[in-house]
Design a protein around this ligand. Structure first.
Ligand code: DON
Length: 573
C-alpha cells in the first residue's frame, strides 16, 4: 500500500510530498506517476497533518470515510485545540457512493435556562461580554453525539478504534508544531490566561510550549478514554457531565448535568442544488451555509463568469452582488428549523435567482440598507476537513468552538475547551443596529434551540460521480470561501490546489465593504471597483479550505491542504 503524506509547509515551499511506507507500486495502474498530494484510493485533508494521518490509518485498516472523519475529528481535539474539539459542535455532510447523501447536525444547543434576553446586563442593556465571553456563552456541546450518531448509522469500524488514536496523542503527547505554538502564544497573551485549568493544560508553569517540545494532555486523555469506553454516555453522563456542570456553577453558566444528558444530534436532509451541470450538496439549517451557497450559485449561473477573468472587476462585481443578496436573505430568514421555518425551497430555486438577477446592475454596486439588518465581519477560528474513501464515500466536516479556543476555559479535570457558541444567537430581541447587532426573532436564544451557523461543509458531484469535498472556517466568510473554491474549480477550471490557494474576497451585505485578502486585487482592479461604487479593503487571510478533488478519468484523490494553515496536511494511500 502506498502512503502519501503532504504537509502544507512542504507543499507551499518545495511542493514535494513526503512519501512513506511504500509497500507496493508508487504508480497507478496506467503507470503514470501520481502528482504530490495525490493518492489512488483514499484521502484525508485537515488542519493538522497528524490528525489527517489518524484518519488515513483508519481508512487503510478497512474503515470507511465516516470512520476516518470521526478519528480525524477526535485527533484534531488534541492536535488543533484552536478549533478541533469535543467541547464544541458542527456539521457533517456525507455522500454515499450511490449518490445518496445525508447530513448530521451536531450544533450546540442552548441550555434549558436560556432566554432571548439572557445576553443583557442588570440594566437591561445588551452585553457583548455576556454574549461572547462568559460562561453564559457556552452551548451544550454536540461533537461527541454527532460522531456517535454518524458512527452508529454509517460507520463500520469499531468505535474504540476511532477514539483510541486521540487518547494516545493526548496521553503520550505530541510534538509541538509551528501552528500549535503560534496559536498558543497568541492565545496565552490574551484571554486564555484568565483560566487556571487552561494555563495548566497548555503551558509549562505559565510558559507556553514552543516548537519541538512535547505536550501531554492527561485530563483530556481521560475524557477521551471515557468516550472510547462508554461511547456518547462517557461524555454526556457521569464524570465528564459532572465536571462541565461544576465549571458552569463556578463561572455563572447555565449548563446542568440534565442539559448534557438531553443533548441530541439530528440527521437532516442536505441542501441540494445544481451549478452548470454539477450537483451541489451542502448543510441545511441550522446552518445558513448551504442555502446561501446555492442561492449565490443560482444567481451566478446566469452570467458567463468564465469569460470575466478570475478576480477581474466584472467578476468581483457579479460575485459580490450575489453575496450581498444571499446575506440579506440569511439575516432575514435563517435560524434553527426546529423553531422557525426558513423558506428554503424558494431561496434555493432557480426562479428566485432569476428575480434577483434582474436587480443587479451591469456596472454599479447596489446599495445595502443599514436600516434593515447588520452583521459583523469574522475571522478563521473554526476548522474544516475532508475525507474520501476507497469506495468513493465522501465526508465533509466543519466543526468549531466559535472563537479561537472557544471561551478559552478548559474544564478543570476534563482537559477540554468550552465553546462560546451562544454568541451566534442574536444579542437582544428587537435590537438591530449599525454596529452589527441583529435582533430578529428567527435566531433568538431559547431553551434547546441551536444557534444559526455559517458553516458550509459541501460536496460536488457530476454525472453521478464524486468531484470534490470542500469547506472552510471563517464565520460568515465561510460561505463565500466555499463559493469561490467552487467557482474556481468549475468556472476558472483551476486544479484543486490552485483553487484553494487563490486569493479570495468577502461581502456580507452589511457592513457594505468588499473585504479582499492581501493582494487579492491589483490597484487597477480596486480603482475600477471604487468607480462602480464599491468600498474595498484588502488585508489578512480568508478561510482555510482543506479540500479533496477526485480526478474523473483516473479516480485519483487529490488532496489540497490550504497553505493558510501552518500545520495542515493531506494523508492518503
Ligand atoms: O457557526 C458559525 O458560523 C461560527 N460559529 C463559526 C465561527 C468561525 O468560523 C470562527 N470565526 N469567527
Amino acid at each position: 500500500m502506498r502512503s502519501v503524506i503532504v504537509n502544507r509547509t512542504q507543499r507551499a515551499g518545495t511542493a514535494v510530498a513526503l512519501l512513506l511506507a511504500s509497500a507496493c507500486s508508487a504508480a497507478p495502474a496506467n503507470g503514470t506517476p501520481l502528482p504530490s498530494g495525490t493518492a489512488q484510493s483514499a484521502m484525508v485533508v485537515s488542519a493538522s497533518a497528524v490528525a489527517s494521518q489518524a484518519g488515513r490509518d483508519v481508512l487503510a485498516a478497512g474503515g470507511n470515510a465516516v470512520d476516518a472523519a470521526i478519528a480525524t475529528g477526535f485527533a484534531l481535539a488534541v492536535t488543533y485545540p484552536v478549533a478541533g474539539n469535543i467541547g464544541g459542535g458542527g456539521f457533517m455532510v456525507i455522500r454515499f457512493p450511490d449518490g445518496r447523501a445525508t447530513a448530521i447536525d451536531f450544533r450546540e444547543m442552548a441550555p434549558r435556562a436560556a432566554t432571548p434576553e439572557m445576553f443583557t446586563d442588570a440594566t437591561g442593556a445588551y452585553s457583548s461580554t455576556i454574549h461572547h465571553d462568559s460562561h453564559k456563552s457556552v452551548g451544550v456541546p454536540g461533537t461527541v453525539a454527532g460522531f456517535a450518531m454518524a458512527h452508529k448509522k454509517y460507520g463500520k469500524a469499531e468505535w474504540t478504534r476511532l477514539v483510541d488514536p486521540a487518547v494516545r496523542l493526548a496521553s503520550d503527547g505530541i510534538d509541538v508544531t509551528a501552528g500549535f505554538a503560534g496559536a498558543l502564544s497568541w492565545g496565552m497573551s490574551e484571554e486564555l490566561k484568565k483560566y487556571p485549568a487552561t494555563v495548566s493544560a497548555y503551558t509549562k508553569d505559565g510558559t507556553p510550549y514552543v516548537v519541538g517540545e512535547r505536550i501531554r494532555q492527561p485530563d483530556l486523555a481521560r475524557s477521551l478514554s471515557r468516550i472510547r469506553d462508554q461511547g456518547q454516555d462517557g461524555f454526556y453522563r457521569g464524570e465528564t457531565a459532572r465536571l462541565v456542570a461544576e465549571e458552569m456553577r463556578r463561572g455563572g453558566g447555565l449548563i446542568t448535568e440534565d442539559d448534557m444528558a438531553r443533548y441530541e444530534a439530528k440527521e437532516r436532509a442536505p441542501i441540494r442544488g445544481t451549478y452548470r451541470g454539477y450537483e451541489v450538496i451542502s448543510m441545511p439549517p441550522p446552518s445558513s451555509g448551504g442555502v446561501a451557497l446555492v442561492e449565490m450559485l443560482n444567481i451566478l449561473e446566469g452570467y458567463d463568469l468564465a469569460a470575466a477573468n478570475h478576480n477581474s472587476p466584472r467578476y468581483v462585481h457579479l460575485v459580490t452582488e450575489a453575496m450581498r443578496r444571499a446575506f440579506l436573505d440569511r439575516a432575514r430568514y435563517m435560524g434553527d428549523p426546529d423553531f422557525t421555518k426558513p423558506p428554503i425551497e424558494r431561496l434555493t430555486s432557480k426562479a428566485y435567482a432569476a428575480e434577483l438577477r434582474k436587480t443587479i446592475l451591469d456596472d454599479r454596486a447596489s446599495p445595502s440598507a443599514p436600516a434593515q439588518v447588520a452583521q459583523r465581519y469574522e475571522s478563521n477560528q473554526t476548522t474544516h476537513y475532508s475525507v474520501v474513501d476507497a469506495n468513493g464515500m465522501a465526508v465533509s466536516v466543519t466543526y468549531t468552538l466559535e472563537n479561537a479556543f472557544g471561551l478559552g476555559a478548559v474544564v478543570p479535570g476534563a482537559g477540554f475547551l468550552l465553546n462560546n457558541e451562544m454568541g451566534d444567537f442574536n444579542g437582544k430581541p428587537g435590537v438591530t443596529d449599525s454596529t452589527g447587532l441583529i435582533g430578529t426573532d428567527a435566531n433568538l436564544a431559547r431553551p434547546g434551540k441551536r444557534m444559526l451557523s455559517s458553516m458550509t461543509p459541501t460536496i460536488l458531484a457530476k454525472d453521478g460521480k464524486l468531484v470534490a469535498v470542500i469547506g472552510s472556517p471563517g464565520g460568515r466568510t465561510i460561505i463565500n470561501t466555499v463559493l469561490q473554491v467552487v467557482l474556481n474549480v468549475i468556472d476558472s477550471r483551476m486544479p484543486i490546489q490552485e483553487a484553494v490557494n487563490a486569493r479570495r474576497f468577502h461581502h456580507q451585505w452589511l457592513p457594505d465593504w468588499v473585504f479582499g485578502e492581501k493582494d487579492a486585487f491589483p490597484p487597477a482592479t480596486v480603482a475600477s471597483l471604487e468607480a462602480m461604487g464599491y468600498r474595498v479593503r484588502l488585508g489578512g487571510d480568508q478561510g482555510t479550505a482543506h479540500s479533496i478533488f477526485v480526478d474523473a478519468r483516473t479516480g485519483a484523490r487529490i488532496g489540497a491542504p490550504d497553505p493558510r494553515d501552518a500545520d495542515a496536511g493531506a494523508a492518503g494511500y
